[in-house]
Write a protein that binds this ligand. Sequence first.
Ligand code: ADP
Ligand code: ASP
Ligand code: MG
Length: 447
Amino acid sequence: MPALCHLALQIVLINILLPIERKAVVARLVIKFGGTSVANVEKIRFAARHVKREFEAGHEICVIVSAMAGTTNQLIKWAKEAAPIHDAREYDAIVASGEQITAGLMAIILSDMGIKARSYSGWQVPIKTDEAHGAARIVDIDAKNLLETMANNMVCVITGFQGIAPSGRVATLGRGGSDTSAVAVAAAINADRCDIYTDVDGVYTSDPRIVPKARRLEKISFEEMLEMASLGAKVLQTRSVELAMAHKVRLAVRSTFDDPDAKQNDFANNDGKILGTLVCDEDEIVEKQIVSGVTMVKGEAKITLRGVKDHPGVAASVFGALADERIIVDMIVQNIADDGKTTDITFTVPDEEYERAIKALKAASDRFEYDAISGSKGSAKISVIGVGMRSHAGVASSMFKALADKGINIQLITTSEIKTSVLIDEEYGELAVRSLHSFYGLDKEEN
Ligand code: ADP
Ligand code: ASP
Ligand code: MG
């Protein structure tokens, strides 16, 4: 009992000693911190200062946190060590735990700074998902609890990456899923802004770890960001961009490591300079680039079926066999049947699915006839993306020429309205990305 009294006294004292001055509610914000931003207690304390600045400015706030950097990888490793093939519901029970730790720590640290806060696990909100454990989708969020807590002058700190499936079990949203939790909460509470704080100060024309000359984009359209994310720019999870676009969430990517106490106003600092990158409607972007970004996905395997009997339904049978095994197929090329009877089909799957894909096709050989199956791992998909491609001819051909000039062989090509992708040998991936980045004039000017 005395211990409890002591604790109560301490809490009261903290609140007396550190009164937080707060203006009337100005806006409602979601603030998300990724793994490197909350990698240890000191970093969480630093990140919390951004929350404090926004809270003092009078905003109502939901904070979404990832697990500490490296934690999710470690948890996945343990699950695999326990048994390589395991129940996806138990996998979720394990990997969801990382975010619980950071949510609790963030709530304690905010309280220590004099800001009333409480943590929520996904199921406590509740964030409702479907049953696709390991790659679940959010279907609904009941925002009542969050709105009440914020109305009581408290900050909600919510575990990213997870929710509760209809069966009542914890479900996770796939790697990078905390971005999606943030956007979904922003839509549910009708937030004025969703700020994604990470270890880069915005969305760049290419991954700055691969292209040191990459430039920060002040604005990028939802469509381009969607393509960039799905084609390898892991700065935002693809689904989070889809949701932001569908629900018109104002989304920004910015750096956790910026000075938390610097004066700022909405997305800009006091001089009007945009902090980070704003993901917005295409109409909001005045200077439209033909190419806005270059991306890479490594670890692609290609598989070719030769001499496939060509008749209606054959593609459905081939890809049906892979879909039955839940193998995701990416690029697909089917040749025109030369002799009118047989054709070749080539497609890509992730490297780690290569053996399973070959096995599934061999097992389904009674569903379609073919002469031979071959393939290899270790390709990379390089893509150039830009809304300007809609109105400019020749982007694809100039891309092929730029790669040819570097002696890089193209294995497969796919295009859409605003992107062109090629499959090349993984060994040349970085060279290809840097060459294309320069070729399209995206390199930042040297100081
Ligand atoms: P977090 O842990 O904050 O979610 P991530 O590691 O998931 O952070 O995403 C940030 C990383 O995304 C950056 O460190 C950067 O290397 C990488 N990245 C890839 N492509 C881009 C890009 N076009 N712009 C910015 N960052 C990118
Ligand atoms: N912690 C999860 C991951 O590493 C989710 C996230 O950080 O977005 O994938
Ligand atoms: Mg991430």
